[in-house]
Design a protein around this ligand. Structure first.
Ligand code: 16G
Ligand code: MG
Length: 541
């Protein structure tokens, strides 16, 4: 390590005194103007991680669905996964070290992780469309370079595209070519082949309106659309040409407000979807003939995908197992439908993609989705083996195996990906001849409400049972239990947010009124028992 050079360059990316940040569920995220030193240091850390794993590491500069003024950074591990937990801690220590302690922390990390500093390092960098992203990604590159690392700057990419690049580079291109062209071709080829197998090829399946949150998804989908235009035409809205990133549009807005984005004209029964600001989340929706808005969230996406995959497995006649992974936010109706009607085992993990991804790896086919639209399906080598052996199978089984093969190619195995998920969904709807209303009608969501409560220190709340029960503060879970008993088909839980300084409250019940009341009452319990600050939660939304 050239400590002199590190000191010199670090001074050019000086840390504001006293600023403390945490590597949370989705990396670091805050106002862009506070992030320059974090970026430089994450460049250093990515180089160390690359030396340690002898693999390419990714760094993505984005703040996803946050407002345009924010930014953020996350590291991508060798197989496209989120950064290992022990390195998240190193990231936090390194980002928070005052200027004079930075070197010591860096040396500490290298020693603890037995990093061979002579080893080469290679880091790939991507960024979203925020005005601050270009300069910040340059700071990442400065960090990589000062540790003697090599880099490739992909420039503008969606988050899942960066995960894909990392995965390809570390698997000797077996998975795919680590270029945008490679990504577009792999996905589009699989999609077009799948659509060819659809017997109902009416025009109704062939067009889709996409709200791109005024973000990177618009640019990349526009680059990609001609690769699959023969099978699907996409009409892009909120493409960044006028509106502000994530402002009144995008998957997060649509899911949390349960209403359509601005800037999109929707005729009745037209199929529409929204991406978030870095295109790793997707939700669908439509207006019915009476003008009512219907949201089709991550739970219903998981249901459509897992039902289809289960049918394919039955066709092939194979005893491969399939599991669905959700979080506490999954609508109770979706869990019931999957378990009781579809007979698919469902598992619940803590919020955050890494937890779901990890659990999904336990199955031959693991489908995971958060209700907010983050998700994908993972396939074990046993599934790939089965497909390879399908040559010997009878015609019908061979066809199902071929479909499965294309579906595997179409899913981004490295991360939940709005573009890839969109194409999977479009293919399944076409193959099954389902309209958006028929898909929506699989089950009816239980009315629900999410609220936030301000408390002095949200860490006083700890949870267990995949965040469905509060362990501390004392008495809180008992209070929630008593409140839940007052309503039908009800459920409620609270958890400290991993991305905001608030406690989140979720409630569902048999009617919207009940869900709203329950959520409010639980908020009051949190306020009283967990050190609420500011104004007491008020009823009404
Ligand atoms: C992050 C997570 C997302 C999770 C959300 C919860 C990733 C890539 N993103 O955005 O999965 O749903 O945090 O936020 O893991 P919260 O803790 O503030 O509720
Ligand atoms: Mg995102």
């Amino acid at each position: 390590m050239d400590l002199g050079a590190i000191t010199k360059y670090s001074a050019l990316h000086a840390k504001p005194n006293g600023l403390i940040l945490q590597y949370g569920t989705a990396g670091f995220r805050t106002k862009a103007e506070h992030l320059d030193h974090v970026m430089f240091r994450m460049g250093l850390l990515a180089a160390l991680r690359s030396k340690q794993t002898k693999s390419t590491i990714g760094v993505m500069v984005t703040a996803s669905h946050n407002p345009e003024e924010d930014n953020g950074v996350k590291l991508v591990d060798p197989l496209g996964e989120m950064l290992a937990p022990s390195w998240e801690e190193h990231a936090t220590c390194l980002a928070n070290a005052e200027e004079q302690d930075m070197q010591t922390v860096l040396i500490d990390i290298s020693e603890k992780e037995a990093v061979n500093l002579q080893q080469d390092a290679f880091v790939v960098v991507g960024r979203d469309t925020r005005p601050s992203s270009e300069k910040l990604s340059q700071s990442v590159i400065d960090g990589v370079t000062v540790l003697g690392g090599q880099f490739h700057d992909y420039g503008l990419l969606t988050t899942p595209q960066l995960h894909y690049m990392v995965y390809c580079r570390n698997t000797g291109s077996r998975y795919g070519k680590a270029t945008l062209e490679g990504y577009y071709q792999k996905l589009s080829k699989a999609f077009v082949e799948l659509i060819k197998q659809a017997s109902c090829s009416g025009d109704e399946y062939r067009s889709l309106k996409v709200d791109c949150a005024n973000g990177i998804g618009a640019l990349k989908l526009r680059e990609m659309e001609h690769y699959f235009a023969q099978a699907l035409s996409v009409q892009l809205f909120n493409d960044g040409s006028k509106g502000k990133l994530n402002h009144l549009c995008g998957a997060d807005f649509v899911k949390s407000h349960q209403k359509p984005p601005q800037g999109m004209e929707i005729k009745s029964n037209e199929r529409c979807c929204s991406f978030d600001g870095d295109a790793d989340r997707i939700v669908y929706y439509y207006h019915d003939a009476d003008g009512h808005f219907h949201l089709i969230d991550g739970d219903k996406i998981a249901t459509l995908i897992s039902s289809f995959l289960k049918e394919l497995l039955v066709e092939i006649g194979e005893s491969l197992n399939i599991g669905v992974v959700q979080t506490a936010y999954a609508n109770g109706s979706s869990t019931r439908y999957l378990e009781e009607v579809m007979k698919v085992p469902v598992y619940c993990t803590k919020t955050g993609v890494k937890h779901l991804h990890h659990k999904a790896q336990e199955f031959d086919i693991g489908v995971y989705f958060e209700a907010n639209g983050h998700g994908t399906a993972l396939f074990s080598t046993a599934v790939e083996m089965k497909i390879k052996q399908s040559e010997q199978l009878e015609e019908k089984k061979r066809k199902a195996a071929k479909m499965l093969e294309n579906i595997i190619d179409l899913f981004n195995q490295a991360a939940g990906d709005a573009i890839s998920d969109m194409l999977v969904i479009e293919a399944i709807l076409a193959l099954k001849g389902l309209t958006v209303q028929q898909w929506d009608a699989l089950y009816t969501d239980l009315p629900n409400r999410q609220l936030k409560v301000q408390v002095a220190d949200r860490r006083v709340i700890s949870t267990t049972n995949a965040e469905r029960q509060a362990v501390t503060p004392p008495g809180l879970q008992e209070a929630i239990n008593d409140l839940v008993k007052k309503y039908k088909l009800s459920r409620a839980f609270v958890r400290p947010s991993g991305t905001e300084d608030v406690v989140r409250v979720y409630a569902e019940a048999d009617s919207q009124e009940s869900a709203d009341h329950l959520a409010h009452e639980v908020s009051l319990a949190v306020f009283q028992l967990a050190g609420g600050i500011g104004e007491r939660p008020q009823p009404g939304f």
